[in-house]
Design a protein around this ligand. Structure first.
Ligand SMILES: [Zn+2]
Ligand SMILES: [Zn+2]
Length: 439
């Protein structure tokens, strides 16, 4: 597998003297399998140069673009991607939709005449859009696994496997809990990870030859930028060490970060891995950098049949439970705007009655309520066969480690800190609805 970085910057392009070494273009990574299949991870501004390189090739390969999410810094290069205007090229774009709009509609809007001179439907290439969620599918000889991350909109991470080589691409992603492991644990194991989301994240990276991971901030910066949807370098190192990954290329460099600062971070990241007793190699992804991961054995690929697709088929029903009327109103307003049917309850008993009578697709549950608290509600529901798999997301101001652990032990699927921003709420809700549909 050959990997080449065409864009490594987060948020906004930053050309200039301070960014010559690591580059100013936003997220774009080219991946070639040993059989020559081409996959592109994200379509930030780095995609423009990659497009030029592809057009200079004698034969234009089939192009597959895996988009992490539709924020500008991951999609802005698409409008300038020359193969899009070439009748011979065949392009498939994979992405998750964060709204009721299809992925195609989202990109058509990006290239709408008010925003760009050449609209999407005037592009001459054969362009296909595939809406995906969490799935496993094949593109040529590459096995692709997609996994929802923790960002302000629905965002996918990708794990690519070709032969015996594994590459994981994770941007943009915020740690689910303030610290990875329970405090006071020496020699921590995956079971000591506080939040189930972080535990699954480590699973997703397991044994990878190379992890390309968001590290826009340092731990100190992240503590002041919670809910912005990004990782710290320390977290990226910790999850890679826990997953026993071999190399970490950190990416999505902050626009304010100079080459000199990135060099220092590189050393700090490497030293941190050593302190954790790991031989993980840590480096900052740089524009133009190429990495070869040789495949030593050809493991036959299991062809996955069927087209990946991800849609929430019907109008989903969400039960919101909180003893504070203002909170119920806030959650209801945000979710109704996305077209969900919202049911409301103000205590645990009422919640149980509504779940049994109306069978919601997801429950958003406050923990601290008089009489019957949220976790008691979860225990009752989990005891019945019918509601064992019902997605339950706890929403609470309690953020002590022991409360998070207790919530997961009682059977909740996810845990969100109050106050929650509308964007974070919508992303997490949609993520669980899509997962439920796919069983
Ligand atoms: Zn980004
Ligand atoms: Zn983003």
């Amino acid at each position: 597998m050959r990997i080449r970085f065409w864009g490594t910057r987060g948020s906004i392009p930053t050309p200039g003297r301070r960014t010559m070494r690591y580059g100013g273009n936003t997220s774009c990574v080219e991946v070639r399998s040993s059989a020559g299949n081409l996959l592109i991870l994200d379509g930030g501004t780095g995609l423009r140069e990659l497009g030029r390189a592809l057009m200079a090739d004698t034969s234009l390969p089939e192009i597959n673009i895996l988009i992490s999410h539709t924020h500008w810094d991951h999609t802005q290069g698409l409008a300038f991607f020359t193969p899009m205007t070439c009748p011979q090229s065949r392009i498939t774009i994979y992405a998750a939709s964060s709204t009721g709009k299809s992925v195609k509609e989202v990109f058509a809007q990006q290239m709408d005449y008010l925003n760009f001179p050449i609209p999407l439907d005037e592009r001459q290439a054969q362009i296909e859009f595939r809406e995906i969620g969490e799935e496993t599918f094949t593109i040529g000889d590459i096995l692709v696994e997609s996994r929802f991350l923790n960002h302000t909109i629905l965002t996918l991470g990708y794990r690519l496997c070709s032969g015996d080589v594994h590459l994981v691409y994770v941007t943009d992603h915020e740690p689910f809990a303030p610290s990875l492991y329970r405090s006071g644990v020496t020699d921590p194991k995956p079971t000591d990870i506080v939040h189930i989301g972080d535990r699954k994240h480590v699973d997703f990276l397991a044994g990878a030859d190379l992890v390309i991971h968001d590290a826009q901030y340092t731990a100190d910066e992240l503590s002041r930028r919670r809910d912005w949807g990004h990782s710290s370098l320390e977290y990226a190192v910790e999850v890679c060490v826990a997953a026993r990954a071999k190399q970490l290329a950190f990416i999505h460099h902050d626009p304010d970060r100079s080459d000199q600062e990135l060099e220092q971070l590189e050393m700090a990241g490497q030293a941190y891995a050593r302190r954790l007793g790991s031989d993980l190699r840590v480096f900052a992804a740089a524009e133009g950098m190429q990495i070869d991961l040789p495949e030593t054995s050809r493991i036959p690929l299991v062809q996955i049949s069927g087209q990946p697709s991800s849609e929430i088929g019907h109008r989903s029903r969400i039960l919101v439970v909180d003893d504070e009327p203002a909170m119920v109103r806030y959650l209801s307003t945000v979710l109704s705007r996305d077209g969900y049917e919202v049911l409301e309850a103000s205590n645990g008993h009422e919640a149980l009655t509504i779940v049994r009578e109306r069978t919601p697709d997801l429950v958003l549950l406050d923990v601290m309520m008089p009489e019957m608290d949220g976790l008691q509600v979860v225990q009752v529901l989990r005891a019945s066969e019918e509601f064992r798999d019902l997605p339950i997301v706890i929403l609470t101001a309690l953020d002590a480690e022991k409360d998070i652990v207790r919530a997961f032990e009682s059977g909740v699927n996810d845990y969100i800190d109050k106050p929650v921003t509308p964007a974070a709420l919508r992303a997490r809700v949609r993520r669980w609805l899509l997962t439920r549909r796919r069983g």
